[in-house]
Ligand binder design. Structure first.
Ligand SMILES: [Zn+2]
Length: 389
């Protein structure tokens, strides 16, 4: 599901100058960082070392990473439409990000990640993925990936390929965009309510509605969408043409360095469907891509991808359906100890090139994996118990 361009929902006057000052300080900090030798030093340090928080009680604030890590980027739409409802990273921004990573970091395929293959003895690697199967991945992103020789994996929700239909969450986005209502209440269904009068309020309520919908059992979610459309006063058949990839485009992409993974058939939250539906969503999407491309499909992406969107049973079913890896949308880095069926990803959201570079270095420098946090906590409790005894 694409992340909508971040807009401030805080309309209070007192907050605006502070937000403006903060933005200016971040801008200045990012220029100071990215336009000076600090960037080279920061990149090198962040590649090899991780920062240890005071909570870890470590003697030295830097810790050399014992294992190489891979950061998996997650993209959705790449286009210049600037639609705040459907989202999308501008093409120029995507090109600048890809040029920067291709020049400065080794890139991996998900096959290499699944084989725990980290060639060249580096400490830090990047892999690039796209979710859902938007057509602009072919028209806008593929030429850029080819220009910089970057491998990528595109996860397809196969029910929308060549169907002329938008995924259900994009239909909901379109409904919020098209509605002329000024207020929406889904209280009688247990859902959110709020104003639709201005853009920030409308986007805020849209995100709350999507979060609520995906937490409903599948049949109730579909019924709620019908009721939502009725309340918004829009047609239940909202469509936009040429939004999703077609098989002829997918075949062309697969001839370059792009691999296709499965992302279910209908893009439901897998925690909210029956066992029979789960098998159909996993196996159906895998078989369709394999039949169409005559290539094996080894990688899977959980729809929505947060830990509440897939259960332990879902996770167990993924290798049973024949997949070698599964990616989430949980933020983090991956090393050889990371569960192959719960790989973490990272959405590069900064459209400013200097902020992107600083954000990328800072993220891996300060990021502590759950297992590291647990180890720090257990080391701390061991120290504490020794002192106490
Ligand atoms: Zn998705």
């Amino acid at each position: 599901m694409p992340k909508v361009t971040q807009l401030s929902v805080n309309g209070r006057r007192g907050k605006r100058p502070l937000a403006g000052t903060k933005r200016l300080l971040r801008w200045l900090a990012s220029r100071t960082y990215s336009c000076t030798p600090l960037a080279t030093i920061g990149r090198t340090v962040a590649n090899r070392y991780a920062w240890q928080s005071p909570a870890s009680h470590a003697a030295f604030p830097l810790r050399r990473r014992p294992l190489p890590v891979c950061q998996i980027f997650l993209y959705h739409r790449i286009n210049d439409e600037g639609d705040p409802f459907l989202g999308g990273l501008p093409v120029k921004t995507f090109a600048a990000q890809m040029e920067y990573v291709a020049r400065n970091f080794p890139l991996l395929t998900l096959d290499q990640v699944s084989r725990e293959e980290f060639p060249g003895g580096h400490s830090y690697y990047i892999a690039v993925t796209f979710d859902d199967g938007y057509r602009d991945n072919f028209t806008c992103a593929t030429p850029i990936l080819q220009r910089f020789g970057i491998p990528a994996t595109v996860f397809l929700a196969t029910g929308f390929i060549d169907s002329g239909e938008l995924p259900w969450y994009d239909q909901v986005r379109l409904a919020f965009k098209s509605s002329s209502q000024s207020y929406l209440s889904l209280r009688e269904l247990g859902g959110p309510e709020g104003r639709l009068g201005d853009l920030p309020s409308r986007l805020w309520l849209l995100e709350r509605t999507l979060t609520w919908l995906r937490a409903q059992p599948r049949s109730e979610c579909l019924q709620a969408i019908d009721e939502l459309f009725r309340k918004l006063g829009v047609s239940s058949q909202l469509q936009l043409s040429n939004q999703m990839l077609g098989w002829h485009e997918i075949r062309q992409m697969s001839k370059s360095n792009i691999v296709f993974g499965a992302h279910t058939v209908n893009h439901p939250a897998l925690s909210q469907i029956s066992d029979a539906e789960l098998m159909q969503e996993l196996g159906g999407s895998k078989r369709t891509i394999e039949d169409r491309l005559q290539l094996p499909v080894s990688h899977f992406a959980y729809p929505f991808g947060q830990s509440s969107d897939f259960t332990a049973k879902v996770k167990k079913s993924v290798p049973e359906a024949g997949f070698k890896t599964a990616v989430t949308t949980i933020r983090g880095l991956n090393d050889r100890s990371t569960d192959r069926f719960e790989l973490r990803r990272f959405t590069p959201w900064e459209s400013d090139w200097a902020l992107f570079r600083m954000q990328l270095d800072w993220f891996r420098f300060q990021y502590q994996d759950v297992t590291e946090k647990e180890r720090n906590q257990s080391e701390h409790s061991r120290e504490t118990s020794v002192v106490e005894s």
